[in-house]
Design a protein around this ligand. Sequence first.
Ligand SMILES: NC(=O)c1ccc[n+]([C@@H]2O[C@H](COP(=O)([O-])OP(=O)(O)OC[C@H]3O[C@@H](n4cnc5c(N)ncnc54)[C@H](OP(=O)(O)O)[C@@H]3O)[C@@H](O)[C@H]2O)c1
Length: 241
Amino acid sequence: MPGGSLAGKTAIVTGSSKGIGYSIAEALARADANVVINARNGSEVQRAAERLDALGTGHVAAVPGDMRSYDDVRRMIEAAQDLGGLDILVNNAGVGGFAPIDQLSLEQWDNIIGTNLTGVFYACREAVPRMRQRGGGWIINIGSLAGKNPFAGGAAYNASKFGLLGFSEAMMLDVREHGIRVCCVMPGSVNTYFNDKDPSPENAWMIQPGDIARIVMDLLAFPENALPSRIEVRPTRPGRR
Ligand SMILES: NC(=O)c1ccc[n+]([C@@H]2O[C@H](COP(=O)([O-])OP(=O)(O)OC[C@H]3O[C@@H](n4cnc5c(N)ncnc54)[C@H](OP(=O)(O)O)[C@@H]3O)[C@@H](O)[C@H]2O)c1
C-alpha cells in the first residue's frame, strides 16, 4: 500500500471496530489519512482508534454511534468536519440475520434494514452537501453479492442489500456531475465476525478483510475521469461451509 498518498484527506469508515471496516480504516490510516472510527460498542471503537492512530501521520478519531440514529450519524459527520472536512465516506456497518419470513422478528427486520440501508441514506444525506461544497469526494458502499443473488432465509438481508445497490447506483447518477464518485463493492463470503461468527484460519479460502481494503484503496487511486460504480468480489476457490 503506498504510504502518504492520502495525507490531509479525511475519511469516515462506519462499523470499523473490527472485520472489513477495521481493515479499511487500517489501510487509510497507513496512507496517512485522517480517519473517523465508528461502531456501537464504545470501548471497541476506542481500542481500534488507539491501535490505528499509531500507524500514520493522520489523526484517528473514535466516534461511537449507531447508524440507525440520525443524531449519531450527524455527530460522526461533524467529527470529520473537525478533522478538516469529509473527503471519503465508507458505508460499511452492517448486520446479518437469516430466517424464513414467518420466523423473522420485527426487531430483526428493523435492525437489518435500519443499519444496512436507512443508516447509509442518513450518512449520505449529510455527506453529499459537504462533499459538493468541497468539489468532490468518494462514497464507497459495502454491499454484498446478496444484493443480486436471493437465497432462502435471506428476505431481510437480501432486501437490505438489493436496496443498497439500487440506492447506491441512483445516488451515483445524482452526484457524479459534482465530482462525487460512488461505488458499491459487493463481496461474497469474507472471513470476519459477521453474523456472530469469528474469523478463523480454516476460512483462508474466503475473501479476507484486507482484500476488500485493497479494493477500496485501489478505487481511491483510480484516475478521476472514470468511475467503477459496482464491483463484485468472489473467493477464487469456493470452500466448504
Ligand atoms: N462477512 C461477509 O461474509 C460479508 C459478505 C458480504 C458483505 N458483507 C458486508 O460487509 C460489511 C461489514 O461486515 P463484516 O463482515 O466486517 O462484519 P463484522 O465483522 O460483524 O463487523 C461489523 C461492524 O459493524 C458494526 N456495526 C454493526 N451494526 C452497527 C450499527 N447499527 N451502527 C454502527 N456500527 C454497527 C460492528 O460493531 P458494533 O456491533 O459494536 O456496532 C462492527 O464494527 C457489512 O455491511 C456486511 O453486510 C460481509
